[in-house]
Design a protein around this ligand. Structure first.
Ligand SMILES: [Zn+2]
Length: 152
């Protein structure tokens, strides 16, 4: 498998992508990215933050596209292919996670629609989490490609 772009922020288990956060054992507050040390809730003295898998689905909070290449050190495809980005509020957490959108454009998205966590490679190779249509893609996108091939 391709190495994740950021170790400890997500994992792929049995072909299914999961964002990794931490949860305070005392007040149950969930954090992403994962935190260490102490709970940031000002009403909690907790220091027991355990890794937890975050909900894989959420609703679009906002979205846009990037029609020009981001500056270095971000490595882009050559020639540059515009990407779609979405900020997705994870179900039941209030946490909004930004990510590249896989196989959808801004014309396909609307605020409030449901997206599901998936993964895909950045232009220079590392695997990163992405957002996709629910049930459309597995961790690598191979499932959707296979299904598309069979149905056409
Ligand atoms: Zn706490």
């Amino acid at each position: 498998m391709t190495a994740p772009v950021i170790n400890g922020w997500f994992t792929v288990d049995g072909g299914t992508a999961h964002l990794l956060g931490t949860r305070c054992a005392d007040c149950r507050t969930v954090y992403f990215p994962p935190r260490t040390g102490f709970c940031r809730n000002p009403y909690c003295d907790g220091e027991d933050l355990a890794e937890t898998r975050l909900p894989r689905r959420g609703t679009v909070w906002s979205y846009t596209n990037s029609c020009y290449p981001p500056p270095a050190p971000f490595v882009t495809a050559d020639p540059y292919v515009p990407v779609t980005l979405a900020a997705v509020e994870l179900a039941g957490t209030g946490i909004v996670v930004l990510g590249q959108v896989k196989d959808l454009t801004v014309d396909d998205l609307r605020v409030g629609m449901e997206l599901e966590l998936t993964t895909g490679p950045l232009a220079d190779g590392p695997l990163v989490w992405m957002w996709g249509a629910p049930g459309a893609t597995g961790a690598t996108g191979a499932t959707a490609e296979r299904q598309n091939g069979e149905s056409s």
